[in-house]
Ligand binder design. Structure first.
Ligand code: PGA
Length: 259
């Protein structure tokens, strides 16, 4: 499976900074031969704020095989939903990837397991590719609730995953909340344990045919220093990177550590 290296810019960068970043990144990846083959290598996605998607940046990124994505999308295509983003229009303007259910959306903006699953259903209905985030807090981990939390986060998504399977890519990012932005990365063993649980839950629920083909990303304080050991675990199909994606050089170093 091709590794997915995704950056989450969160609420950072101006149009000028984004342009410079994509130019720098494009120049660096041009020097890496054969990294975009279908069966091997890695793909690059940047989840950015919406005001950065001008047509030049979209075009320039696409030409250089860097995919720009949205950090959110609504469960309806239009209507009275102030501040939200229509999945149908995201598709029309050429975005192919959507990040859903991020813990910051859950923590600060009232996202629930159900609303995240509704957003997923609508995005998949438009053949948008989705990275769907799940993960436990420190208190939940310490109370031995991790498996239950991950199960409850995934359960409402299962019907949509099955219904739209094969029409676009559906990936899961396991992001333990205690590791996000804290500098405390899960060890490769901890990440593997969670990924193995997620894979087996999916296999039991929707069958191995689908479950084994869902890329499972790890996220939470991924840096150029720890990326290699995480990305070379068999159940880790990619990474979702916040802080370390804000410098083109460090995001490139993470990408390069797969190869
Ligand atoms: P971090 O963020 O890499 O800064 O921990 C990850 C994320 O929020 O997706």
């Amino acid at each position: 499976m091709k590794k997915i290296i995704a950056g989450n810019w969160k609420m950072n960068f101006s149009p000028q900074e984004a342009k410079q970043y994509v130019e720098d990144m494009s120049a660096m990846i041009k020097n890496v031969p054969n990294h975009f083959t279908d069966s091997a290598g890695a793909m690059l996605i940047l989840f950015t704020p919406p005001y950065l998607w001008d047509s030049n940046l979209l075009e320039h990124s696409k030409q250089n095989k860097i995919y720009l994505g949205s950090q959110n999308a609504h469960w309806q295509d239009r209507g009275a939903f102030t501040g939200e983003l229509s999945p149908q229009v995201l598709k029309q303007i050429g975005l192919e990837w959507i990040l859903l259910g991020h813990s910051e959306r859950r923590q600060w903006f009232g996202e629930t397991n159900e609303t995240a699953a509704q957003r997923l259903d609508r995005c998949l209905s438009h053949q948008l590719n989705v990275v769907f985030c799940i993960g436990e807090t420190l208190a939940q981990r310490e109370n031995n609730e991790m498996h239950e939390v991950l199960t409850q986060q995934l359960k409402p998504c299962l019907p949509s995953i099955e219904k739209y399977w094969g029409q676009s890519t559906f990936a899961i990012a396991y992001e333990p909340v205690w590791a996000i932005g804290t500098g405390k990365t899960a060890t490769p063993i901890e990440a593997m344990e969670a990924h193995t649980f997620i894979r087996s839950f999916l296999t039991t629920s929707i069958g191995a045919g689908i479950a084994t083909r869902i890329p499972l990303l790890y996220g939470g304080s991924v840096t150029p220093d720890n990326a290699r050991s995480l990305l070379h675990q068999p159940e880790i199909d990619g990474v979702l990177v916040g802080g370390a994606s804000l410098k083109a050089q460090s995001f490139f170093d993470i990408f390069h550590s797969v190869l």
